[in-house]
Design a binder for this molecule. Structure first.
Ligand code: CA
Length: 451
């Protein structure tokens, strides 16, 4: 895994590109994303630095990556599966070279006439696209506090945790095709719901639209079908991390989930942050995770520290707050390090039957809740099933999301002074009203939510 003496994470490193104090993207971060300069642009692979994006393809065109990347065309694709496939030794070389090119003492970009202007794109002038075409999406359920809260709410007379929970990272396969990038509007879904009484099921827009604060990881170079990834080398397959909002319709979920698990209550949209923060950038923030009791089976036992100290925050704005220019109201603060099952354990478990994981596979943590009620990662828990509604600065109350609400998630490591701030940028999404009942008589009318 990571070397503690990696020069790219040296806190003393500075860039010739301006980086304002408090920026998520100092030179120690260098997260990857896909951006468009204008509509219709096929997109380029970039690295965030300060308030700019470094466009990698023109640098490859100038021959500046010759020694660090064996297939420079991987940097030209409109998404970076090609980079993911290169594997950790090359990821390291590429990151080392980008760090070198951006470091204060380097003149290699500045000495080529016009190159600096060509390769540095102001962040506020670019559209950020889905960084990776998601090939597979798995969602775990790895927060002890979240799983316990769900048990307490829905099975109040039983043990909060089901018997398997402490023995394996519980998860399910989600819908890869509806993973969307930050900023994509979320249309309130219709679905089948049923009250707890003897009434018949109804067909209606969800009344219990919720968030789930999660962190996900993308795998790169993968394993062969039939050959599991051992936990000791799981980290070599993890390229980087994104914030994930696993939008959830609780009323749809509650009626449909037995016996096969989440389905339409989750698959209408899953949002991810646009910048993929590499595991190499996060190495200085690696730490021991929670003690696991009972000790897991040998295939889930790791030798090294496998948690990461990532601060997480969820903000919520009503439409009225957004119109009046209020900042999002922080409804939850928590930390990724509290997660019971580590990413290495999740990946080792997900491939333990020989299933493959490779470039474009997204594995999300499950809702991350801490022990304190202010650190819960869903509105379901924060409002305790609607019994303790949240009060927003405009005076309105929330048990679940209303139309026009905007959710903003943030994540970062470090204080930005002694320890560089390794930030994820923002993950946002706004709820737009449900469509008119276009399936009322079983024959859909043509209608687009964007119109
Ligand atoms: Ca989830």
């Amino acid at each position: 895994m990571g070397s503690r003496s990696d020069p790219t994470t040296d806190p003393a490193l500075r860039s010739w590109v301006p980086v304002r104090e408090g920026s998520d993207f100092p030179i120690q971060n260098l997260p990857y994303g896909v951006f468009r300069r204008e509509a219709g642009d096929p997109g380029g692979i970039g690295v965030a630095i300060g308030d700019s994006i470094l466009d990698l393809a023109p640098l490859a065109g100038e021959g500046l990556f010759d020694d660090s990347i064996p297939r420079p065309r991987a940097l030209e694709a409109p998404s970076f599966e090609g980079v993911l496939a290169l594997g950790r030794p090359t990821w390291r070389k590429l990151r080392g070279r980008i760090s070198e090119l951006l470091s204060a003492g380097s003149r290699e970009i500045r000495d080529v006439p016009g190159l600096g202007e060509r390769v540095l794109v102001p962040l506020d002038q670019a559209d950020l696209a889905l960084p990776v075409a998601v090939r597979n999406y798995v969602d775990f359920y790895s927060s002890l506090e979240h799983a316990s809260n769900m048990g307490r709410m829905f099975r109040p007379d039983a043990e909060p945790l089901l018997p398997n929970w402490r023995h394996l990272p519980v998860g399910y396969h989600g819908r890869a095709g509806t993973v969307v990038v930050s900023g994509t509007p979320v249309v309130r879904p219709w679905g089948q719901t049923k009250d707890d009484d003897d009434s018949a099921p109804s067909w209606e827009p969800t009344r219990m639209l919720d968030i789930e604060l999660e962190v996900g990881f993308f795998t790169g170079a993968g394993n062969q079908l039939g050959t599991p990834i051992p936990i000791q080398t799981a980290g070599d397959h993890i390229f980087g991390l994104v914030l994930v909002n696993d939008w959830s319709a609780r009323d749809i979920q509650r009626w449909e989930y037995q016996p096969l698990g989440p389905f339409l209550g989750k698959s209408f949209a899953t949002s991810i942050s646009p910048w993929v923060v590499t595991l190499d950038a996060l190495e200085p923030y690696r730490m021991a995770g929670p003690v696991q009791d009972p000790e897991p089976l040998p295939y889930l036992r790791a030798d090294d520290a496998s948690a990461f100290d990532i601060e997480l925050e969820v903000g919520l704005s009503s439409a009225a707050m957004s119109e009046r220019g209020f900042s999002p109201h922080v409804v939850s603060r928590t930390n990724f390090r509290s997660l019971y099952w580590s990413m290495a354990q999740q990946l080792a478990h997900a491939t333990s039957n020989g299933a493959t994981a490779g470039p474009g596979d997204l594995f999300a943590s499950g809702t991350i809740s801490g022990a304190d009620p202010s650190s819960y990662g869903s509105l379901l828990e924060l409002s305790w099933r609607g019994t303790r509604p949240l009060v927003l600065p405009d005076g309105s109350k929330r048990a679940f999301l209303e139309d026009g609400d905007t959710v903003v998630m943030r994540g970062w490591c470090g204080d930005g002074r002694e320890r560089p701030r390794i930030g994820f940028g923002e993950l946002t999404g706004t709820i737009v009203p449900a469509l008119a009942d276009h399936l009322a008589d079983g024959r859909p009318t043509i209608q687009s939510p964007r119109e």
